[in-house]
Design a protein around this ligand. Structure first.
Ligand SMILES: Cc1cc2nc3c(=O)[nH]c(=O)nc-3n(C[C@H](O)[C@H](O)[C@H](O)COP(=O)(O)OP(=O)(O)OC[C@H]3O[C@@H](n4cnc5c(N)ncnc54)[C@H](O)[C@@H]3O)c2cc1C
Length: 389
C-alpha cells in the first residue's frame, strides 16, 4: 500500500498551495470586510481575473474532460486540490467548470448552456429543494404541465445556491404525478428571462442562497435536459457527483484553524506559562490532529473509489458525515483555545465557525448520511470493515 503522492501529483498540489498563499490569502481581510457589509467577497471581475491567472498555468476546468478544454483530473487529485483551496475562506473556485449533468445536454443545448458555462459567460444553479421537500426530495410539488408543445412550470424552490446570480437554472418538476419520482420528474433548463424570479435568503453565512419562484413559466419542449421523466436520476447524479469534495475542502480549513490554535497556544500565557503547557489545551490539539488525518483518509478513500469506477456512495456518505461532524468540533475547539478573541470578528475563526456549520446540512444532512450508512450496513449493501473489498 503506497500512501505517497506521485511527482506530478505533488507538483499540482504545491502549485495550488502557492497560488492560495500568494493570490488568495492576501485578500482575506478585504473579503471579510466586504462580507460584513453584505457585499460579495469577490466581485465577478475579480474572480474572473484570478481564474484567468490560474488558467495561465493550466488550471482550468479541473474535472472538465480534456475534450472540453479541461484538465480532466482524477477525483483523488481534485480532493487534494479542494483541501488546498479550503485553507482560505476567500470564495475562489477554478474556472472552466460546469455542472456534471449539463454534459447530458443534446448538441443544441450544449452550445447554449454547457459551453458558455464552461467559458464562464453563463452561470447555472441547481434547483430541487422546496419549502416542503428537502431531505425527502421525492416530495417535491413543483409541476410542469404540457400545453401544446410547451410546458408550463409552477412552484417554488428554496435554498438554491447561486440562485440570485444565475442566468439559467436546472429545475426539477413533476411531469407525471402518477409516477412521481419513479419516472415522473423531469429536469428543465430555464433561462431567467423565461420568467422565473429569485428572492435572497438571509442566512448565518455571509452569502445567501435564493428562493426561485415559478409562476406560469412557459418553456418549449426543447428545454428538457436528458429524457422526459429522467429528472430524479439526473438530480441524484448531480448530488452524487462529488460528495467527497465538501469534506475535502474542510480538511484545509481545519489544518489552517489548528495551525492558528497551535500558534496562539504557544504564545498566550496565563498563570505564568503558555496555555500550550496545559493538558486541557494539549488534548484539544491532539484530538484535532488525529481527526484531520482520519478525515483525510476517509475523503481520499472515497475519491479513490470514484476513480476506480466503484460504487462509492457508502464511502462518500461516511466522509461527508465525519467531515461535517469533526470540522464543527475542531472549529469549536479552536475558538475555545483563542478565548474571547476567538469570538470576535477580528479573527476569522467565527467566519469559519459559521461556514463549516453548513457542512452538516446541505447535500444531505448528518442524519440522512447516517440513514444511508445504516441502511447499507443493515441490508448488507456494505460490510463493516469492507472498505478494501
Ligand atoms: C446554504 C444552503 C445552500 C443550499 N443549496 C442548495 C442548492 O443549490 N440546491 C438545492 O436544491 N438545495 C440546496 N440546499 C438545500 C439543502 O440540500 C437542504 O436544506 C437539506 O437537504 C435539508 O433539507 P431541509 O432543509 O428541508 O430539512 P428537512 O429535510 O426538513 O430536515 C429537517 C431535520 O430533520 C432531519 N431529518 C429529515 N428526515 C429524516 C429522517 N428520515 N431521519 C432522521 N432525521 C431526518 C434532517 O436531518 C434535519 O435535521 C441548500 C441549503 C442551504 C442551507
Amino acid at each position: 500500500m503506497d500512501f505517497s503522492l506521485s511527482v506530478e501529483e505533488r507538483e499540482i498540489r504545491d502549485w495550488v498551495r502557492t497560488f492560495v498563499q500568494k493570490e488568495l490569502v492576501p485578500l482575506e481581510q478585504e473579503v471579510l470586510r466586504r462580507e460584513r457589509a453584505h457585499q460579495p467577497g469577490l466581485t465577478d471581475d475579480e474572480l474572473r481575473e484570478l481564474q484567468l491567472k490560474a488558467k495561465e498555468s493550466g488550471f482550468w476546468g479541473v474535472q472538465t474532460p480534456e475534450e472540453y478544454g479541461g484538465m480532466g483530473l482524477s477525483a483523488t487529485m481534485t480532493a487534494l486540490l479542494e483541501a488546498e483551496l479550503g485553507r482560505t475562506y476567500v470564495p475562489f473556485r477554478f474556472g472552466g467548470a460546469a455542472d456534471n449533468i449539463l454534459f447530458h445536454a443534446n448538441e443544441e443545448q450544449k452550445q447554449r448552456y454547457l459551453l458558455p458555462t464552461i467559458e464562464g459567460t453563463r452561470t447555472s444553479c441547481f434547483a430541487i429543494t422546496e419549502p416542503g421537500a428537502g431531505s425527502d426530495a421525492k416530495a417535491i410539488r413543483t409541476t410542469a404541465r404540457k400545453d401544446g408543445s410547451d410546458w408550463i412550470i409552477n412552484g417554488e424552490k428554496t435554498f438554491i445556491t447561486g440562485g440570485n446570480e444565475a442566468d439559467f437554472t436546472m429545475v426539477f418538476a413533476i411531469t407525471d404525478p402518477e409516477k412521481g419520482a419513479n419516472g415522473g420528474v423531469t429536469c428543465f433548463l430555464v433561462d431567467r428571462d423565461m420568467g422565473w424570479r429569485s428572492e435572497y435568503i438571509d442566512t448565518m453565512g455571509e452569502w445567501g442562497p435564493a428562493s426561485l419562484i415559478f409562476d406560469d413559466v412557459r418553456v418549449p419542449e426543447s428545454q428538457i435536459l436528458g429524457e422526459l421523466g429522467q429528472g430524479f436520476t439526473l438530480a441524484m447524479q448531480w448530488i452524487g457527483r462529488g460528495r467527497y469534495l465538501l469534506p475535502a475542502r474542510a480538511i484545509g480549513s481545519c489544518e489552517r484553524l489548528v495551525s492558528m490554535a497551535i500558534e496562539h497556544a504557544n504564545t498566550r500565557e496565563t498563570f505564568g506559562a503558555p496555555i500550550a503547557d496545559r493538558q486541557a489545551i494539549q488534548w484539544m490539539i491532539a484530538d484535532s490532529g488525529v481527526e484531520i488525518e482520519a478525515l483525510r483518509w476517509l475523503v481520499l478513500h472515497a475519491a479513490w473509489q470514484v476513480d476506480q469506477g466503484m460504487d462509492s456512495r457508502h464511502a462518500q456518505s461516511m466522509a461527508k458525515l465525519f467531515g461535517g461532524q469533526k470540522a464543527n468540533e475542531i472549529v469549536d475547539r479552536v475558538l475555545q483555545i483563542h478565548g474571547g478573541m476567538g469570538y470576535t470578528r477580528e479573527l476569522p475563526v467565527e467566519r469559519w465557525y459559521r461556514e463549516l456549520r453548513l457542512l452538516r446540512i446541505y447535500e444531505g444532512t448528518d442524519e440522512i448520511q447516517r440513514r444511508t450508512i445504516a441502511r447499507n450496513l443493515l441490508k448488507g449493501h456494505a460490510k463493516v470493515g469492507g472498505a478494501l473489498g
